[in-house]
Design a protein around this ligand. Structure first.
Ligand code: SAM
Length: 292
């Protein structure tokens, strides 16, 4: 077994050797705690049959732990300066492939087809760059990738929003978008002290396991998400006011919106944050039928 990358000492050695300076704009906070890394890999249930996709390998702290357990690891890294470092730190592992690319621009379907032939179990595992957490998660979900799920470190505040239940302050359109596609669970919270440099927010690890079917029946997904987003546009406003003010042509549709709320048995004075995903589905289905 090779020396772990993710110890404070080895990480400092590597950074010094290459004269690497962190770019805050790329969300570069590297993990220096192998226990946390192992727990992340455990939470993802990586086996010798699993193909792992990593986003932002940094100097390879998580990549190495994945490589020891997975069949193959494919990692997207945007920062060219890290490529020679990764070639060095990960040289003991033959099952790792680094792709120098912005993950938001990547054709991940194609990468899976090229890199994971004969692999049926695929997990995304990452310590995400915090400046693009939500766009990355939404891309991974809406690309409808053939993956089992994702285990990711992110800001604790965002993790809480992703897993939030109706009636809580964290519940919003992001919770519904994520829980429509996956079962979301916060696995652990992580102190800032395990990163270098330390971020100025607390972190958490979230596990998102892809659902085989959405938990609710929706006739028109795009419209459903439009209704959900409009309902949360101003949190303190009622569902009726939010829909009237934030749906396209909402003001001219006030009567239909009122009728749709009544037909869906939703009191128009309620706030969006009290509605379950099932209620949003019924409401958007009823309203959609009225508008056709
Ligand atoms: N995995 C390493 C670790 O845990 O120590 C590094 C994690 S660090 C929080 C985020 C990494 O993502 C950095 O290496 C950064 O350069 C990379 N990154 C930032 N934006 C990216 C993007 N759009 N696509 C791919 N990688 C990105």
């Amino acid at each position: 077994m090779h020396k772990d990358i993710a110890t404070p000492r080895r990480t400092k050695e590597i950074l010094d050797q290459y004269g690497f300076s962190f770019k805050k704009s790329l969300g570069q906070n590297f993990l220096i705690d192998t226990n946390i890394l192992r727990k992340i890999v455990d939470a993802a249930e990586i086996s010798a049959e699993t193909g792992a996709i990593e986003i932002g390998p940094g100097i390879g702290a998580l990549t190495e732990q994945l490589a020891r357990r997975a069949k193959k690891v494919v990692a997207f890294e945007i920062d060219q300066r890290l490529l020679p470092i990764l070639a060095d730190t990960l040289s003991p592992y033959e099952n790792v492939r680094i792709i120098h690319q912005d993950v938001l621009k990547a054709d991940i379907h194609q990468v899976i087809a090229d890199e994971f032939t004969n692999v049926t179990d695929i997990m995304v595992v990452a310590n995400l760059p915090y400046y693009v957490t939500t766009p990355i998660i939404m891309k991974l979900l809406t690309d409808r990738l053939p993956i089992r799920g994702m285990v990711m470190m992110l800001q604790k505040e965002v993790a809480d929003r992703l897993a939030a239940k109706p009636g809580t302050k964290d519940y919003g359109s992001l919770s519904i978008a994520v829980q429509y596609y996956t079962e979301a669970e916060v696995v652990m919270t992580v102190p800032r002290t395990v990163f270098i440099p330390q971020p100025n927010v607390d972190s958490a690890v979230i596990r998102l396991i892809k659902r085989k079917q959405p938990p609710v029946e929706v006739n028109d997904e795009a419209f459903f998400f439009q209704v959900v987003r409009a309902s949360f546009a101003q949190r303190r406003k009622t569902i009726l006011n939010n829909l009237v003010n934030n749906l396209p042509n909402g003001k001219t549709l006030k009567e239909q919106i009122e009728r749709a709320l009544a037909n869906a048995s939703i009191d128009s004075r309620r706030r969006g944050e009290t509605l379950t995903m099932g209620e949003f589905a019924t409401l958007s289905n009823v309203l959609r039928t009225m508008l056709i």
